[in-house]
Design a protein around this ligand. Structure first.
Ligand SMILES: C[S@@+](CC[C@H](N)C(=O)[O-])C[C@H]1O[C@@H](n2cnc3c(N)ncnc32)[C@H](O)[C@@H]1O
Length: 251
């Protein structure tokens, strides 16, 4: 039977049903969870910590506030936010994948971060929170993996407080041809090899490269956020656009 185009989406370069994509993304993160932090450090030469710190610095989060770290995985952003909100605030680390959540929970508990962090397994497309409760929502390297991006961003807007902000940290489109060529070579030729050597899994890292390549560029994501209802939407290129930090407010 022919697939209805509305029921299909992309998993990397493959066209799959939406249901299949959810299943394949779950398999990827089940497979990489135990080596996720190690691989991030190797693949980015530790730079992902710098990108995440920059995102947190741009968040404007203050003591006592409520933060949602969506697709939070192993909790790097959650950790930084937990220091900012302090004992009177709350950070919720939410992720669809139980393996990633477990690694994140164990890591944060080992660091003694427990009192102001909650862990929730949920799909970003249908957030199980009341309207207008978060001062800030972050989604770091997660948006690209979500099947219904429009639905997920709409859900984020609903649960943000008036005056609250969304931060989207994601791989993006390098802004010069030479950098783009280097980045493409690195992501398609080197990353799968690194995955094979250090995690015995080249497939997941091939998906990583493909999903980065088909993710909307900076302007497209900015317009999507604006169309959905985010205000004052801006972005900042990091490393020439290899990564971008988008910000949008709810007014
Ligand atoms: C590349 S990891 C990013 C983890 C973390 N934010 C970081 O920056 O290190 C992507 C995360 O998105 C999660 N994810 C994928 N689809 C999701 C969805 N629909 N809802 C919530 N989380 C999702 C995955 O389980 C995974 O933990």
């Amino acid at each position: 039977m022919r697939k209805n185009i509305k029921d299909t989406t992309f998993f990397g370069y493959q066209t799959v049903s939406k249901e299949e994509k959810n299943h394949l993304v779950t398999e990827v993160f089940n497979s990489v969870a135990s080596k996720y932090d190690l691989m991030n450090n190797i693949m980015s030469f530790g730079l992902h910590h710098v990108w995440k710190r920059l995102a947190v610095q741009c968040s404007g989060v203050r003591p006592g506030q409520y933060v949602l770290d969506l697709a939070g995985g192993t909790g790097d952003l959650t950790e930084q936010f937990s220091y900012l909100v302090g004992e009177t605030g709350v950070v919720i680390l939410a992720d669809i994948n139980s393996s990633m959540l477990k690694i994140g929970r164990d890591k944060l508990r080992n660091k003694g971060i427990i009192s102001n962090v909650l862990f929730i397994q949920t799909n970003a497309e249908v957030l199980p929170f009341p309207d207008n409760i978060f001062d800030c929502i972050s989604i770091g390297f997660g948006l690209r993996n979500i099947t219904e991006i429009h639905q997920a961003l709409t859900s984020m807007l609903r649960v943000l407080k008036i005056g609250g902000r969304l931060l989207v940290l994601e791989f993006s489109t390098p802004q010069c041809v030479i950098l783009s060529k280097i980045f493409n070579f690195y992501s398609f030729q080197v990353l799968p090899q690194l995955g094979s050597i250090f995690a015995q899994d080249s497939q997941s890292y091939r998906y990583l490269a493909e999903s980065i390549h088909i993710h909307p560029d900076q302007e497209t994501l900015k317009h999507l956020m604006t169309d959905i209802g985010f205000c004052n939407t801006t972005y900042q290129n990091i490393m020439g656009g290899v990564v971008a930090l988008h910000r949008g407010f709810k007014f």
